[in-house]
Write a protein that binds this ligand. Structure first.
Ligand SMILES: Nc1ncnc2c1ncn2[C@@H]1O[C@H](COP(=O)(O)OP(=O)(O)O)[C@@H](O)[C@H]1O
Ligand SMILES: [Mg+2]
Length: 520
């Protein structure tokens, strides 16, 4: 049975009553709403007038939702850097204040994602599930909240872990000309953090889209995206976006560090960042300084890298290690931006195009590379061999040039060169093949004990591979002592050397068999 129909009049009356009730409940309030107008637009920046209350670095909103950051706050004109395309803006368009500074979504929901600096997804996997935001610029932790570094950040590269060791919480610059393997070192380091309980943030600044896609595909293929966030501003992006990218990435990393985790951030590369900032500054008519970079370029990089640190236990004990990358031109490491960054960071890994051409990969120039604090956290098992190796290798590099001219060498020099060549062969390593700590120490120990000396150079690669495989035979208790702070005992050393000797034996140059005696 259906209910009798409600008369139309009653329904209309009821409707009006509801509207009246709703209107009575609303208390209209007046809110001042500051609106300015665009007076000039050019690539990357806009000048606006009529926003007297705007603060430094406040976000302003343009028509169409485009955001900008108030950068030059003058009395009658405001210079704004645009966080997007300028093409749809016109002089006379209205600009609104937002009353907040630039912030970015942070949280564990970002792991495995590729995002732009505004937090938008670039991987086509839909919206990002995070509920927290942090300003992109935050003060660095105070000195009293910082602890000395004490845990190594293993890169899986023998040349780095043995000779320029990096610690969790350290900032180590990677610099070199283009195409010398800078990105490769940073990516290898990320790949080696698998199972090490380190979260990684890869920040691609101003690179070609194809190069970034290659890196992401590599990370995904090796299963490294599970613990990695990729923040990207491509080369074609607005300079404002390129400029804020590393700051946004740092806030994402910092959030995880403050949860007590260890985080690694790679800035690839800050040369593009400096150029974007130079472009913005010149457009905003700030006075240029050395190499036309603005006077505060040192400060914009240092305040970013100062945020990397190792926190004390009371603040969770997390750490943020940074690997900024810088591209040099014609091997000039004394240019303005490289020298700035060398002085800001705790050491540098210099990649030499000469070594790259010689096929010595990774092309690390040990003489020009240094780690100022990483040695503190390096395990004693490494330290036992590292100083000997570094000295022997440097001596070899000095003598190598002489040997090229076919000079007749005395026995001692010949020996140094032979040993150096074997060290170099052992430090060579293909891309994306991290070597575990136990394998590395096994190789270093064999090198120091001169076990490679009877092996001809052309067999060194195979011999080394065999030795790395044999490292799995090292008993677990001995391998365990490699990671603890204790020194290795003579017994441990003997065990490892015995394994190494038998692994290397098949590669040794056999003395020629004695000739059979002629029948008389
Ligand atoms: N250890 C290595 N073994 C073999 N090839 C390498 C190694 N390191 C880098 N490469 C190759 O060298 C080229 C340049 O490396 P890349 O990291 O892109 O240089 P950069 O970032 O300095 O421009 C790439 O093609 C890369 O595959
Ligand atoms: Mg690169």
């Amino acid at each position: 049975m259906s209910e009798p129909p409600v008369p139309l009049e009653t329904s209309v009356d009821h409707g009006f009553a509801c509207v009246r009730q709703a209107l009575a409940a609303v208390q209209p309030r007046l809110a001042p709403h500051e609106v300015g107008v665009i007076t000039k637009v050019s690539i990357g920046i806009a000048m606006i007038s009529g926003l007297p209350g705007v603060g430094y670095e406040e976000l302003v909103r343009f028509p169409g939702g485009l955001l900008g950051i108030a950068f030059n706050v003058d009395e009658d004109e405001i210079g704004v850097i645009l966080l997007g395309d300028f093409q749809d803006l016109h002089t006379g368009d209205q600009v609104e204040r937002t009353g907040r500074v630039m912030d970015v979504a942070v949280g564990e929901g970002l792991l495995g994602r590729v995002i732009d600096p505004l937090g938008g997804p670039l991987d086509g996997k839909g919206l990002i599930a995070t509920d927290q935001r942090l300003p992109i610029e935050r003060p660095a932790p105070p000195i009293m909240d910082r602890a000395p570094v004490d845990v190594p950040l293993l890169t899986g590269l023998k040349a780095v872990d043995a000779l320029v060791p990096i610690a969790r919480g350290q900032r180590e610059l990677i610099l070199g000309d283009r195409q010398t393997g800078k990105t490769a070192i940073a990516i290898d380091t990320i790949l080696n953090q698998r199972g090490q309980n380190v979260i990684c943030v890869y920040c691609a600044i101003g690179q070609r889209a194809a190069a970034v896609a290659k890196v992401v595909a590599n990370l995904r293929e090796k299963g490294a995206m599970e613990y990695t966030v990729v923040v990207v501003a491509e080369g074609e992006s607005a300079p404002g976006l390129v400029y804020i990218t590393p700051y946004a990435a740092t806030s994402i990393a910092e959030y995880i560090m403050e949860k007590g985790r260890d985080v690694l951030i790679v800035y690839d590369d800050l040369t593009h960042h400096a150029r974007a900032y130079r472009e913005l500054s010149l457009l905003l008519r700030r006075p240029p300084g050395r190499e036309a970079f603005p006077g505060d370029i040192f400060y914009i990089h240092s305040r970013m890298l100062e945020r990397s640190t190792h926190l004390i236990k009371e603040r969770g004990g997390g750490s943020l290690s940074a690997l900024p990358v810088i591209e040099t031109t014609a091997q000039d490491i004394s240019a303005y931006i490289p020298t700035n960054l060398i002085s800001i960071t705790d050491g540098q890994i210099y990649l030499s195009p000469r070594l790259f051409e010689l096929g010595v990969l990774p092309a690390i120039d040990v003489g020009k590379s240094v780690s100022r604090v990483g040695g503190e956290a390096q395990r004693p098992a490494y330290r036992e061999f590292a100083s000997h190796l570094k000295l022997a290798y440097s001596q070899f590099e000095e003598l190598e040039t002489f040997a090229k001219f076919g000079t007749r060498l005395d026995d001692a020099t010949r020996k140094t060169i032979d040993h150096g060549e074997r060290i170099r062969a052992c430090l060579k390593q293909p891309e994306s093949q991290p070597v575990s700590m136990v394998q590395q120490i096994c190789v270093l120990m064999a090198l120091t004990a001169n076990l490679f000396e009877p092996i001809p150079l052309e067999k060194m690669n195979d011999a080394q591979q065999a030795l790395q495989k044999a490292a799995s035979k090292i008993p677990a208790d001995v391998a365990g002592r490699f990671t603890t702070a204790a020194k290795l005992s003579d017994g441990d050393r003997k065990t490892v050397l015995a394994i190494a000797t038998s692994a290397l034996a098949p590669f040794e140059l056999k003395p020629a068999p004695p000739k059979p005696a002629l029948p008389s």
